[in-house]
Design a protein around this ligand. Structure first.
Ligand code: ADE
Length: 421
């Protein structure tokens, strides 16, 4: 196996990581098919890919697929708490892939790892949250000349990149994997829905049935989480700033109210907004004794933790991932996973079944970039519809589900504007 430069926690964990990678692979049939074709055709041959993603068993399967396609891949973490050290070890030892990621690395090491991955001199970037792209544009500009394009995995990253493109600050084309239907309808909704519950339960062992769960943000992630919490018997309250989403949450059967009102009612608060300081001082001040607060958005900014720090009389770590803050008013607030995305901090992120489609989009977008990049402008593109549809068809067939085809008459009807009543 090729020697690689890496920085990981412990290479001895590789045998455990290898089994986890194999376990995830069983539920990634679309990615497996792509890997089989990549192995034969080598569409990424000789390209250097710099990847900044959550280092999980699902991501490992993507890395192996890209390598099978002929790419040289280097991987770092897109969040300091999400790295699975055993998986990282196996990627290095068993698959010869460069990995720079250690679970619970501090901010300084997190950015050092991004720089090490950039040292590989990428032609393609694959990002989740846009920290890699932003570091490249602010600190490693000299590398941009060689880059033909990049992909972005998540809503938060796409928002950042669109802001860069709007200000003409984006210096190469990016494909917004997040925006393809086979990504956000499933990964954001069912993936975040289930894995956020998983993270909260692993951290707290709390009973959701009968408890009041406040969901801040009713985008695809918020919708998914609210519906799963409701399914487990929680009384769900949604808070929103977007009137359309407010109507939708209301018509989906949830109580909708301002966070200031929900603050005194909730037992568990979850932020899934992508915005800063959604839960603030005035909300903490109203919370019940024992309230649980966590975040499932990409960055750890949604909960105003500095405000909570200022309000505290004392704090204790009650269990792994749970820090209890006793406020000066005597009430206790439990912050989970340091306010970092709880589904990856305390659990394992989205299940392989949905990451299969997300990462199929990533692999095929990398291939598309190589074919088309010279003709793309420096802006954010959606994944071409043919790729999205192909992934959907493959997933459906892997699930053993068949659907109907339009008859020639139906096709003609849809193409025609003549036929009316
Ligand atoms: N984002 C959310 N869940 C994930 C997972 N399991 N692997 C990689 N990225 C993710």
């Amino acid at each position: 196996m090729a020697r690689t430069t890496s920085h990981i926690a412990n290479i001895k964990l590789a045998s455990r990581g290898r089994l986890l990678i194999e376990w995830a692979e069983k539920n990634m049939p679309v990615l497996r098919l792509i890997r089989g074709r990549f192995q034969k055709v080598k569409p990424l041959k000789g390209y250097n890919l710099a990847c900044c993603l959550h280092v999980t068993s699902e991501t490992a399967n993507l890395m192996i697929t890209l390598k099978a396609g002929g790419a040289n891949v280097a991987l770092c973490a897109s969040n300091p708490l999400s790295t699975q050290d055993d998986v990282a070890a196996s990627l290095v030892k068993d698959y010869g892939i460069s990995v720079y990621a250690v679970n619970a690395e501090n901010r300084k090491v997190y950015y050092q790892h991004i720089h090490r991955v950039l040292d590989s001199g990428p032609q393609i970037t694959m990002d989740d949250g846009a920290d890699l792209v932003s570091t490249l544009h602010s600190k490693r500009k000299e590398l941009i000349e060689k880059i033909i394009g990049g992909t972005e995995e998540t809503t938060t990253g796409v928002i950042r990149l669109r802001a860069m493109a709007r200000d003409k600050a984006l210096l190469y084309p990016i494909i917004a994997v997040n925006d393809s239907k086979t990504k956000h309808f499933f990964d954001n909704r069912y993936g975040t829905g289930q894995s956020t519950i998983d993270g909260i339960l692993r951290a707290t062992n709390y009973l959701l049935a009968g408890s009041t769960v406040v969901v801040a943000g009713y985008g695809w992630c918020g919708r998914g989480f609210a519906s799963r919490a409701k399914g487990m018997g929680a009384k769900v309250i949604v808070t929103e700033v977007d009137p359309v989403k407010g109507i939708e949450a209301s018509m989906d059967g949830f109580r909708v109210m301002p966070l200031a009102q929900a603050a005194g009612i909730g037992d568990i608060f979850v932020t899934l907004t992508g915005d800063i300081h959604v839960i603030r001082k005035e909300h903490f001040a109203k919370m019940k004794d024992g309230a649980i607060v966590c975040n499932s958005g990409h960055f750890d900014v949604e909960i105003d933790i500095p405000a909570l720090e200022k309000m505290k009389k004392k704090k204790r770590t009650m269990r792994k991932f749970v820090v209890e803050y006793t406020l000066k008013n005597g009430r206790r607030i439990n912050l989970l996973g340091e306010g970092r995305l709880i589904n990856l901090a305390a659990a394992e992120g989205h299940p392989a079944m949905v990451m299969d489609m997300s990462f199929a989009n990533q692999a095929l977008s990398a291939e598309y970039l190589i074919k088309k990049a010279r003709r793309l402008d420096n802006r954010v593109y959606v994944v071409p519809a043919e790729i999205d549809d192909r992934i959907a068809a493959l997933k459906l067939s892997s699930m053993g589900v068949r659907i109907d085809r339009l008859t020639p008459e139906q096709k003609e009807y849809l193409d025609s504007y003549v036929m009316g009543t």
